[in-house]
Design a binder for this molecule. Structure first.
Ligand code: PRX
Length: 649
């Protein structure tokens, strides 16, 4: 058996789960034995959720890239590590085997060092989905620099904010990228970002499109030119402490600017690999395709680190599902014989809209496992995925997790535990979910066992509550970069001694969890997390705006759409292109993903006497539930509600 920790049956899952709860240190210590260490740990776990302080595998030394690359050279040097499929299907693809990838990473480490990067430095990466993105990420990890990948759709302002927050000194980018019919001018956006921050000393630019870009002498260098200079490489990987930072990844919360979620080397490596192997039931030789961009946590954990650590072949796709036509994913699956396919419900819903014509000439015979992530999958989309893509013979794993968890927390295991449409189902070993009420008390029936844990396989009352996790798993968020208090307040202060996810959930009588969505002011638009406060801040930067309130509403394709109520100084009509103005401002401050779907100009917002905006009412109106607004008598100006209702878009 290639992975001694791979779960073999449902009974095996139950015993492994129990073991992980009864003896977590023993459990994870045994899993960790199957990885490459420079030095083993002194202690498996030390933790408290008060500060919070969580340390896994203290005293161990390692480099995650030795697990992702070096250890595969003995038996998988010639096996493809990355298959890259370009945006334009008529252009050549690229296949890097493990030997190639190892060589490229060792070479790029030298490039980074030549350009002044040192262990512990933060490196901002703003790249298209090309193999060099993976090479850049792995090279940082190999030399002990901390990567902070910024999704290619974010604006110059967002990049500058992230560079400032993480105090990056170097940027790795490309001249541009392709997304469907569009060219994305990545380098031009970086140039603009760098007018807003003076921290960056070097920009390494990968020539991808071959278009003309501005290169600032002394600051900007071409990746290819720098790589040519390297005549020999030091193939040794830096020795990292288990709890050294591996990366920072920014994500939206309910307040303020996005925060830099910090993950560390050892726990992240163990948990992403463990969950990759178990959830997807990966078998050596499988071709695995995760459609997520590396700019998001899914791309970090399940396009790069998890699969490579397990020695898999991972497909990296530069384009979008609808280019050149809506059969693109299915072509890629047939072209490479993909066995495991992992995507987002929003992609499934948008492809459903094209009907089954794009599927007519597709075989899809290689598929064995399907997965979804990022948002709740509605029952209709689940059945379409099952019937038309899985042809009724592939388990669908509905994987619930978050940037902060870094790895899959609640999911069925392919072919091992039963899926249920719209349910993420059961917790992974090591994960103890707890549903609590507003006061933080476990909801009735929540704690089934004597040990206070609702064990998978147990029966109980169906219950709903706020989803918390009671015990640390190896890849739990360690801090928010530069602001530990913010991490405590956001995740560990709502309910004492619990990690609060921000999600609501329902648990059925069999113990299956169904995630019902965020209970805070965070939206999930096409599987992307967006804070309402962030969008409001951006809208408020438009000169004519007095105040705004942003809420989510159900959207057929995106899951949630963004509905903005905006008060203009000049009145509440769209007289001179204010709608476009507001929309452009959001695009400029955050990026196209946060542009409101609907903008309603209003003369006032429903507020309580203490001045708090009643979002509940605005949400209901946006959702179209106008007759059921609840008590509005405590509002300062109940009349405004009628006006908003009448003007609803
Ligand atoms: O609300 C949950 C939703 O996405 C949030 C996490 O977003 P992010 O950190 O961007 O990570 C997305 C990729 C892991 C969660 O709080 N979410 C994620 N997966 C699911 C989900 N909601 C329901 N079902 C899922 N499978």
């Amino acid at each position: 058996m290639s992975f001694p920790y791979q779960i073999q049956s449902f009974d095996h899952y139950l015993t492994e789960y129990k073991k992980s709860i009864d003896h977590p240190e023993k459990f994870w210590g045994e899993v960790a034995e199957h990885f490459v260490w420079k030095k083993k740990w002194d202690k498996v776990l030390e933790w408290n959720f008060k500060e919070p302080r969580v340390r896994w595998f203290e005293g161990a030394k390692l480099n995650i890239t030795e697990n992702c690359l070096d250890r595969h050279l003995a038996d998988k040097a010639d096996q493809p590590a990355i298959i890259w499929e370009p945006n334009d299907p008529t252009l050549p693809n690229r296949i890097l085997n493990y030997r190639d990838l190892h060589g490229e990473v060792c070479r790029f480490v030298e490039v980074l060092k030549n350009n002044g990067v040192k262990k512990g430095d933060r490196v901002c990466i703003y790249m298209p989905m090309v193999p060099e993105l993976a090479i850049a990420v792995l090279s940082c990890a190999r030399m002990g620099a901390i990567h902070s990948v910024v999704f290619g759709g974010f604006s110059a302002q967002s990049i500058a904010d992230r560079i400032e927050d993480a105090q990056c000194r170097i940027v790795i980018t490309a001249d541009g990228g392709n997304r469907g019919p569009k060219d994305i001018p990545l380098k031009a956006t970086i140039d603009e970002a760098l007018t807003k921050t003076s921290r960056i000393q070097k920009v390494i630019v990968f020539k991808h499109l071959g278009n003309t870009v501005n290169m600032q002498a002394g600051r900007d260098v071409w990746w290819q030119d720098e790589a040519k200079k390297i005549t020999s490489t030091d193939s040794r990987a830096e020795s990292m402490d288990a709890e050294d930072i591996l990366f920072i990844l920014y994500t939206s919360g309910s307040t303020g600017k996005p925060k830099g979620v910090v993950h560390t080397c050892a726990g992240y490596m163990i948990y992403t690999t463990y969950t990759f192997v178990n959830v997807f039931q990966y078998k050596p030789g499988d071709i695995y395709f995760c459609t997520a961009d590396v700019g998001w946590i899914t791309g970090h954990s399940y396009t790069i680190y998890g699969p490579l650590s397990a020695g898999a072949t991972t497909v990296m796709f530069e384009g979008i599902p609808t280019y050149p036509d809506a059969g693109r994913f299915w072509n890629i699956i047939d072209k490479y014989g993909v066995n495991i396919f992992y995507t987002a419900p929003t992609a499934i819903r948008s492809l459903m809209g094209f009907g089954t014509d794009p599927l007519k000439d597709k075989k899809l015979e290689s598929l064995r496992v399907l997965g979804t992530v990022g948002e709740p999958i509605n029952v209709e989309a689940w059945h379409w995925y099952d019937e038309h893509i899985g042809r009724g013979r592939c388990p669908i794993v509905d994987t619930w997790w978050q940037t902060e968890t870094a790895g899959i927390m609640i999911s069925n295991l392919a072919g091992i535990s039963q899926g249920k449409p719209s349910y993420a189902t059961l917790p992974l070993p090591g994960v103890i979910p707890l549903l609590v009420d507003e006061k933080g008390l476990p909801v009735a029936g929540s704690d089934a066992g004597k040990d206070g844990v609702f064990h998978p396989g147990a029966k109980g009352e169906p219950v709903s509550g706020n989803l918390c996790i009671r015990f640390p798993w190896p890849s739990i968020i360690r801090t928010t970069y530069g602001d530990h208090e913010r991490c405590r307040l956001n995740y560990f202060a709502t309910y004492p001694d619990l990690y609060f996810t921000g999600d609501g959930a329902f648990r059925d009588a069999e113990g299956n969890y169904r995630i019902t969505g965020r209970v805070d002011d965070v939206l999930n638009v096409s599987g992307h997390r967006i804070g309402t406060a962030e969008v409001e801040n951006a809208i408020n930067m438009y000169p004519d705006v007095v105040e705004s309130a942003v809420v989510g509403y159900p959207h057929d394709i995106k899951g949630q759409g963004i509905y903005a109520y905006v008060i203009l100084q000049s009145g509440h009509a769209n007289q001179g292109g204010e709608k476009e103005g507001v929309s452009k401002m959001v695009n400029k401050v955050i990026g196209a993903i946060a542009k409101p779907d609907k903008i309603q100009f209003v003369s006032g917002l429903p507020k309580t006497r203490s001045g708090k905006i009643m979002r509940r009412i605005l949400r209901k109106i946006a959702e179209g539930e106008m007759d059921n607004l609840g008590d509005i008598s405590t509002l300062t100006d109940p009349g405004v509600v009628e006006e908003i209702k009448a003007g609803r878009l």
